[in-house]
Design a protein around this ligand. Structure first.
Ligand code: NAD
Ligand code: UFG
Length: 335
């Protein structure tokens, strides 16, 4: 009875592997290491004192994937593997469609061959596009504003079609809001390639001296201080959401969708100030024009996840900042 984690060496994946091992699950991880290092999993094993089975496999290699299912008794799959850079997806859309869509279709075909029909998928709040009102509930209309977001939208539809064709499939779509922070040990965390696109890793790299200052994109949004508002969620809370989803899968829920967020939005300036307060580090910043494609405010109504899975985020913005800094300051150059 093992859980297969695709993309388990990545940022959210390795935090989830840690929580799963601690909860007593046996794990098989496949990852092609295109955006991660195997060191993350070695650290997870060291932190938990438990081991997992790792295969450096690409989801596009269906035969290799099938051999993993033949070798193990897999009961459910948590599917993180995918490319996630919005900018890159605009530049090279075919790569994103091939990797994210074909990778997912291969995975589902192999699961079907081996009669494994329990799946948790990493979707994103990006599928809500520019929400008409706030907070966002799961039944809001969806739209895509870039190829990355479109892969999430299409995969959601593919998985729903699969469930409609064969009700034996139990599928949970988790729509993450903005994952930040790191495990409290400071041993695993976010390790982006090159200059970070996302706010929190940019802030921590400014704090550690790798980058000179933060550009705050836009100060004329319709928000209390003019900067954009997001629902930041601690990655350990997010990881625990996957354990709640696995427990839900065991109840055979059919197809279900949950927002994973805190329900509370913070502006860019609020995050900077929270980081400075939590860490004592000064973050030099300058105002810059809006970033194309950004929306003013996004935050979740996360009550469905609590009502149906008993999960709710526990950690606040100061813990997110403290733990992100603990990771970055102990690992200034990542893994
Ligand atoms: P990540 O890049 O750190 O992890 C993804 C992992 O998948 C990487 O280790 C990468 O090497 C692997 N991978 C990619 N393509 C693969 C393939 N074809 N075969 C095998 N492995 C492959 O990203 P993350 O932040 O941990 O995100 C995990 C998932 O959550 C992704 O699907 C992402 O789109 C989704 N998500 C992330 C965020 C976020 O802000 N981090 C928000 C919403 C949704
Ligand atoms: N921001 C800055 N300066 C920076 C980086 C970001 O001001 O250097 C601002 C952005 O303009 C935005 C906020 O900080 O207002 C958060 O930006 P992120 O890039 O951290 O996060 P996004 O909300 O833009 O996007 C994230 C993921 C996407 C995912 C989306 C879902 O990166 O993959 O959340 O809501 F689709």
């Amino acid at each position: 009875m093992e859980i297969l984690v695709t993309g388990g060496a990545g940022y959210i994946g390795c935090h989830t592997c840690l929580e799963l091992l601690q909860a007593g699950y046996d794990l098989v991880v496949v990852d092609n290491l295109s955006n991660s290092k195997q060191a993350s999993l070695a650290r997870v094993e060291r932190l938990t004192g438990k081991s997992l089975t790792f295969y450096p496999i690409d989801l596009l290699d269906k035969a290799a994937l099938s051999s993993v299912f033949a070798r193990h008794t897999i009961t459910a799959v948590i599917h993180f593997a995918g490319l996630k850079s919005v900018n890159e997806s605009v530049a090279v859309p075919l790569l994103y469609y091939q990797n994210n869509l074909t990778g997912t279709i291969n995975l589902c075909q192999v699961m079907q061959q081996h009669n494994v029909k329990n799946l948790v998928f990493s979707s994103s709040a990006t599928v809500y596009g520019e929400p008409a009102s706030l907070p966002i509930t799961e039944d809001f209309p969806r739209s895509a504003v870039n190829p990355y977001g479109r892969t999430k939208l299409i995969i959601e539809d593919i998985l729903m079609d699969l469930h409609h064709a064969d009700a034996a499939w139990n599928i949970i779509l988790l729509r993450y809001f903005n994952p930040v922070g790191a495990h409290t040990s400071g041993q695993i965390g976010e390790d982006p390639n090159g200059i970070p696109n996302n706010l929190m890793p940019f802030i921590t790299q400014v704090a550690v001296g790798r980058l000179p200052e933060l550009a705050v994109f836009g100060n004329d949004y319709h928000t209390p201080d003019g900067t954009a508002v997001r629902d930041y969620i601690h990655v350990v809370d997010l990881a625990q959401g996957h354990l709640a989803a696995l427990a839900k899968l065991a109840q055979q829920p059919g197809a279900a969708i949950y927002n994973l967020g805190t329900g509370r939005g913070y502006s860019v300036l609020e995050v900077i100030h929270a980081f400075e307060q939590a860490t004592g580090q000064k973050i030099p910043y300058r105002q810059a024009p809006r970033r194309p494609g950004d929306v003013a405010s996004v935050y979740a109504d996360a009550s469905k996840a609590f009502q149906e899975m008993g999960w709710r985020a526990q950690k606040g913005i100061s813990e997110m900042c403290r733990d992100a800094w603990n990771w970055q300051s102990h690992n200034p150059n990542g893994y």
